[in-house]
Design a protein around this ligand. Structure first.
Ligand code: ADP
Length: 220
C-alpha cells in the first residue's frame, strides 16, 4: 500500500527527515511513535501528498507521487486518502452533514448520492441525530466521529491519522481506538497513525519508532 524510500526533508537549515524508509501492507494498522520534533507529522504529510520530500520516493497504491503534477496529486489525495487530525478541523459554519459531504463535492460527485452516503456514514457512527448540528454544538467525541465520516466519504483505501485521540477524554479515546480497528475490518482500510498514545500504539499491528528524523526501530 505504501512504499517510502530514503525520504529526506529539510525546512531551511533544519533537516527533519534524514533518509526514512517505510513499507506498509494493505490492511495494516501502523503507529508511528517517538519524541516531539522527531519528524512524525512531516512524514505523515509527505505520505498524504500534503508536502513533498526533497529527495526519496513515495508510492501509494503503486502510484509514484513524483510523477504527478499538483492537480493530479490533489485528485489522488481526495480520492484515495482520508485524513483524521487531532483537532478534527471541521468547518465551523457548516453542519455535520455538510462537513462530511465536502470532500465528495470537491470530487464533483453527485449531490444527492453524496448526501445519502454521508447520512449512512453518520448513522453508522451513531450521529444520526446530530447531522444538522454545527461543530460548536457537538461534543469532542462527536466532532471526531464527524471527522472520521468525512475521511470515509470518498471510499479511501488509506487513512492517515495525526494524533487522532489527542484531544479526547479516555472514554472517547477508547471508542475511537475501537472504531479505527472496526473500519480496517469493515472497509479493508490501511491506517497509519502518528500518536503519543501508548494504548493506541499497543493495539496496532506494528509500531514504528522515530527519532531525530530517522526510523529507529520497528516492533511488531
Ligand atoms: P513530530 O511530529 O515528530 O513532533 P514534526 O514533523 O511536526 O515532528 O516536526 C519536526 C521538526 O520540523 C520540528 O522541529 C518542527 O518545528 C519542524 N517543522 C515542521 N514543519 C515545519 C515547517 N512547515 N516549517 C519549518 N519547520 C517545520
Amino acid at each position: 500500500m505504501i512504499k517510502a524510500v530514503n525520504i529526506h526533508k529539510s525546512f531551511g537549515e533544519l533537516e527533519v527527515l534524514k533518509g526514512v524508509d517505510l513499507t506498509v501492507a494493505k490492511g495494516e494498522i501502523v503507529s508511528i511513535v517517538g519524541p516531539s520534533g522527531a519528524g512524525k507529522t512531516t512524514l505523515l504529510q509527505i505520505l498524504g501528498t500534503l508536502d513533498k520530500p526533497n529527495a526519496g520516493e513515495v508510492l501509494v497504491n503503486g502510484v509514484d507521487f513524483s510523477k504527478l503534477n499538483e492537480k493530479e496529486l490533489a485528485a489522488f489525495r481526495n480520492r484515495h486518502i482520508g485524513f483524521i487530525f487531532q483537532f478534527h478541523q471541521l468547518l465551523p459554519e457548516f453542519t455535520a452533514l455538510e462537513n462530511v459531504m465536502i470532500p465528495a463535492l470537491i470530487a464533483r460527485k453527485d449531490n444527492k448520492k453524496t448526501a445519502q452516503k454521508a447520512k449512512e456514514l453518520l448513522a453508522y457512527l451513531q450521529l444520526a441525530d446530530r447531522m444538522e448540528h454545527k461543530p460548536s454544538e457537538l461534543s469532542g467525541g462527536e466532532k471526531q466521529r464527524v471527522a472520521v465520516a468525512r475521511a470515509l466519504i470518498n471510499d479511501p483505501s488509506l487513512i492517515l491519522a495525526d494524533e487522532p485521540s489527542g484531544s479526547l477524554d479516555s472514554k472517547n479515546k477508547d471508542e475511537l481506538h475501537k472504531l479505527l480497528f472496526e473500519l480496517r475490518d469493515k472497509f479493508g482500510l490501511t491506517v497509519v497513525i502518528v500518536t503519543h498514545d501508548k494504548d493506541l500504539a499497543a493495539l496496532s499491528d506494528r509500531v514504528i519508532e522515530m527519532k531525530d528524523g530517522l526510523v529507529l526501530l520497528t516492533a511488531i
